[in-house]
Design a protein around this ligand. Structure first.
Ligand code: HEM
Ligand code: HEM
Length: 277
């Protein structure tokens, strides 16, 4: 098995995180008095303090990452980040004693869940998507796909001139602009519902099915359909590529701002419990 950040040193940090989580559960269950589990007992303070320190350490990863001036994550650090970050879920939850309400304490907890949730999403994305990106690209870069699409557009316009005006107009419309990208929702869907190339192909297939074309016209139609099929396949792959890259990136736009909000909410939480309890 490839030694990724998930398997780093035989799951060293998974084991460490499991141990820390287990220890917290054992302490929590054995804690007296158990009648009102609460963040204000010695164990509550202990778990809260450890959780807060863990959050600060996890957030420091953003700074650490940049210090190396490399876009590539540091494998050992990332491994520790992912597993100890997940252990925070256990520590933070036990600290609250499951007492939730509409207050800044629960806001801090909700933000913690958001950061951890987005982190898990990112981890799954990092583990799965690079392979899918490579398989989808084959030997072709996205730039090469776009270049081939424009050359197919030119050939298709040429081939369409031999057919009727409606076909020519549709092919010209389909090649008018590159039907890639658009809104975030569209990119994430990986589809283009009003794809003109697909409409064009559907129209040509209808024409062919009617069987009213002569031999020569039929052959020209065949050539055009082949060009458009190839273009359709390239568009499909280019959209998948954009979708994968967006998925690899989008969660960080939640993870990082939510981290900043979490730290602010935790400061407010700690200040308020010290003043009001
Ligand atoms: C990740 C870090 C933390 C999270 C997510 C968190 C969240 C919470 C939540 C949701 C509660 C329950 C509030 C309620 O009773 O309505 C709570 C209680 C409490 N927290 Fe934290 N907390 C964290 C860290 C800390 C730290 C560092 C301290 C202090 C050093 C602290 C001190 C307390 C105290 C004293 C209570 C009990 C309040 C009470 O008696 O109701 N917490 N915390
Ligand atoms: C409260 C807990 C957490 C905090 C405060 C936190 C904070 C951060 C920060 C500040 C970064 C750096 C992002 C950047 O600057 O680009 C980061 C990266 C990352 N986090 Fe978390 N994180 C937490 C929990 C988690 C968890 C539980 C997971 C996964 C299970 C996770 C997965 C990741 C991954 C995969 C990266 C790497 C991003 C990259 O290098 O491209 N995080 N986190």
């Amino acid at each position: 098995m490839q030694d990724s950040f998930l398997t780093y040193r035989d799951f060293l940090f998974l084991k460490a995180a499991g141990l820390v989580g287990l220890l917290a559960v054992v302490l929590y269950v054995g804690h007296t008095p158990m009648d009102v589990p609460n963040g204000g007992t010695w164990l509550g303070y202990g778990l809260g303090t450890v959780s807060f320190l863990l959050v600060l350490w996890l957030a420091w990863f953003g700074i650490r990452k940049r210090r190396y001036g490399s876009a590539k994550p540091l494998r050992g650090w990332l491994s520790a980040h992912v597993y100890l970050g997940s252990a925070l879920l256990v520590l933070g939850t036990l600290h609250t004693g499951l007492q939730f309400g509409w207050n800044v304490h629960t806001l801090a907890y909700a933000l913690m869940l958001l950061v951890i949730g987005s982190g898990i999403f990112g981890t799954v994305a990092y583990a799965r998507l690079p392979r899918l990106v490579a398989a989808n690209r084959g030997r072709q870069t996205p730039e090469a796909m776009v270049a081939e699409i424009s050359s197919l557009d030119r050939e298709a316009r040429q081939a369409a001139m031999a057919l009727d005006d409606r076909v020519t107009a549709m092919v010209v419309a389909a090649s008018d602009r590159l039907e890639l990208g658009g809104s975030l929702r569209r990119i994430l869907s990986g589809r283009e519902p009003s794809c003109r190339t697909a409409a064009c192909i559907a129209h040509l297939e209808d024409l062919a099915a009617k069987g009213t074309l002569g031999l020569e016209e039929g052959a020209k139609l065949g050539t055009l359909v082949r060009l458009l099929y190839r273009k359709g396949e390239l568009l499909h792959r280019a959209r998948a590529d954009l979708r994968y890259r967006a998925l690899l990136d989008i969660w960080l736009h939640v993870h990082v701002p939510a981290t900043a909000l979490l730290i602010a909410a935790l400061v407010a939480h700690v200040v308020s419990v010290f003043f009001f309890w």
